[in-house]
Design a protein around this ligand. Structure first.
Ligand code: NAG
Length: 440
C-alpha cells in the first residue's frame, strides 16, 4: 500500500483474454421481494491468541478472540442439500512461502473444506508476494501454493483465482498458463466468468428448474493508478475499456439468477490504512455493477490485509441492513429501514485479505475525522476523502477484524450466508441475507 492516489485511467493496448461462459437459458424475471436480514457477530472471548483490533457495528476495540469454541458447523451453512447450494471459500493476499501464518490459515481452510463440502476455493488476488511469479516453473508455485495448501480436503478443490497488484509485478501469463499444468489452479484468463447451476435434477414435468449462480472474476489492477497499476499497464498492456465493455456484456447477456463478482481491489473500506484503488474502483467498476443491481448480490475483494464487511448506504438505505454488535455480546440486527433500496436488494461488500501478513486496521486519526460518519448507531467510514460524496453513497461498516482468516460463502435460491474463520478455524463472524424468498 502506498498513500498516493493518482488521477484516473490511461488507455493502453488491448489484451485478448476473455472467455464468456454465460449460457442462454430460460427467460428469467428476477423479482427481489422485500428482504429481511438477520446478521450476527460472535466474538469469542480469550485464548492465548494475540490481541487484535476488531470493529463491530459500534466501535473499535481490541479483543482477544480465538480458540475457545471449536468450530462447529454454523447453523446457517449446509441447511439445504449440497446440490442446492454453491458453497465456496474466499482467501486473499496469501503467497509468502508459508510465513506470516499462511500455513496456519491453510490448515483452517482445509478444515473448512472438509466441514462444508466446498465446491471450490476463490483466491481474491495477491497470490504471490512480492512480485508475482516469473514463470510456470517459478519455485513459488511449490513453496507458496502446492506445499502450503496440500491437505487432502484441498488438493482436489478448484482454485478460481484473480490477479492482485503484486501479481501484476510478475508474469501474468504464467498464472494463466499454470491452469493447464495444475488440476486445481483455475485462471483461464485475467478476467473470466463461470456459471454454476443449482438443483434442477430429476426429469419430467415435475422437475425443479435449475437456478444459476454466475461467478464473475475481474482484473482490477489495470484500473488503479498507483505504482502497481503503472507496472501493470507497462508489463501487461491491458486496456481497461476492453474489460469494462466485456463486463457490461457479461451482465447484459447473463441469464443467471444471481451474480457474484470477485476482484482484488476493494471499493469501500473501514480503515484509513489501505484505501488505495478505492476511487478508481468506485469510478469505473461500481457503476457497472450497480447497473446490474438486484442480480449482483455481492462484490468480494482482497487487497486490504484484514476481513471486512461493508454496505453502501446508497443501496441499503441509511437504516442499514445488518447487525449492530457491541463488546463480546451477540446482537441481532434489524431489518432494513426505509431507503429506496428496500425491496431492490443491495450489494454486500466483503474484503477477504487475511491469507498471510496483516495490515493494521487503523481507525481514523483526529485529523481525518471528517472521513467518518456516525449514523444509525454505527460508525461508518467513507470510502474516499472527497467531502462531496459524504452522503447517500457512503458505506456502512458492518464488521471488520484485523485477523488472519478467510470467508466461506453459501449461495442458495433463498439466501446468501457468509462465515468468517480465523487461522484457528474459529468462527469469528457470520451473516445471512435473504435473497427474495423466505426461509422455510
Ligand atoms: C454478449 O452477447 C453478444 C451477442 O450474442 C456477443 O456478441 C457478446 O460477445 C457477448 N458478450 C459477452 C461478454 O459474453
Amino acid at each position: 500500500m502506498d498513500a498516493e492516489v493518482a488521477p484516473l485511467l490511461p488507455p493502453t493496448p488491448p489484451a485478448e483474454d476473455t472467455r464468456p461462459r454465460a449460457r442462454p437459458r430460460r427467460a428469467e424475471t428476477y423479482v427481489v421481494a422485500a428482504f429481511s436480514v438477520l446478521a450476527f457477530v460472535s466474538v469469542t472471548l480469550l485464548s492465548a491468541s494475540a490481541l487484535r483490533r476488531h470493529y463491530a457495528g459500534g466501535g473499535w476495540g481490541a479483543h482477544r478472540h480465538g480458540a475457545r469454541s471449536p468450530a462447529s458447523a454454523p447453523p446457517l451453512l449446509g441447511s439445504v442439500p449440497a446440490s442446492e447450494a454453491l458453497t465456496f471459500a474466499v482467501i486473499g493476499d496469501w503467497g509468502r512461502d508459508g510465513s506470516h501464518k499462511q500455513t496456519a490459515v491453510a490448515g483452517a481452510l482445509a478444515r473448512a473444506a472438509a466441514a462444508h463440502d466446498l465446491r471450490f476455493v476463490v483466491s481474491s488476488g495477491d497470490n504471490f508476494y512480492d512480485g508475482g511469479v516469473d514463470s510456470t516453473g517459478d519455485s513459488q508455485w511449490r513453496t507458496s501454493f502446492e506445499d502450503v495448501y496440500k491437505q487432502r480436503s484441498l488438493v482436489h478443490a478448484a482454485w478460481f483465482s484473480v490477479l492482485g497488484n503484486h501479481d501484476h509485478l510478475g508474469n501474468v501469463a504464467a498464472q494463466v498458463d499454470y491452469s493447464g499444468l495444475s488440476r486445481r489452479w483455475t485462471m483461464p484468463a485475467p478476467y473470466y466468468t463461470q456459471t454454476f447451476t443449482l438443483g434442477g435434477v430429476g426429469g419430467g414435468a415435475d422437475a425443479a428448474p435449475g437456478w444459476d449462480v454466475q461467478m464473475v472474476f475481474i482484473d482490477t489492477t489495470p484500473f488503479v493508478r498507483d505504482a502497481y497499476g503503472k507496472a501493470a499497464r507497462k508489463l501487461n498492456g491491458q486496456k481497461p475499456d476492453v474489460q469494462l465493455d466485456w463486463l457490461r456484456g457479461v451482465f447484459a447477456n447473463s441469464t443467471a439468477d444471481a451474480i457474484v463478482v470477485v476482484g482484488h481491489h476493494n471499493m469501500y473500506t473501514m480503515t484509513t490504512s489501505a484505501s488505495l484503488g478505492v476511487p478508481e474502483m468506485r469510478a469505473y467498476i461500481e457503476p457497472v455493477l450497480l447497473a446490474a443491481r438486484g442480480k449482483v448480490i455481492t462484490y468480494i475483494s482482497g487487497h486490504e490485509h484484514s476481513l471486512q464487511h461493508l454496505q453502501p448506504y446508497g443501496e441499503w438505505g441509511r437504516g442499514g441492513a445488518a447487525a449492530v454488535a457491541s463488546g463480546e455480546a451477540v446482537v441481532h440486527g434489524a431489518s432494513p429501514v426505509g431507503g429506496a433500496a428496500t425491496g431492490e436488494g443491495g450489494m454486500d461488500h466483503f474484503i477477504s485479505g487475511g491469507g498471510s501478513k496483516l495490515d493494521p486496521m487503523t481507525p481514523p486519526s483526529r485529523a481525518k475525522a471528517g472521513m467518518w460518519l456516525h449514523c444509525c448507531g454505527v460508525l461508518a467510514v467513507r470510502g474516499d476523502t472527497d467531502a462531496k460524496s459524504q452522503g447517500a453513497d457512503s458505506p456502512r461498516a458492518v464488521w471488520g477484524a484485523e485477523s488472519h482468516g478467510f470467508y466461506v460463502f453459501e449461495v442458495t435460491r433463498e439466501y446468501l450466508a457468509v462465515v468468517a474463520y480465523d487461522e484457528g478455524f474459529n468462527r469469528i463472524y457470520s451473516y445471512e441475507r435473504l435473497l427474495g424468498g423466505k426461509r422455510e
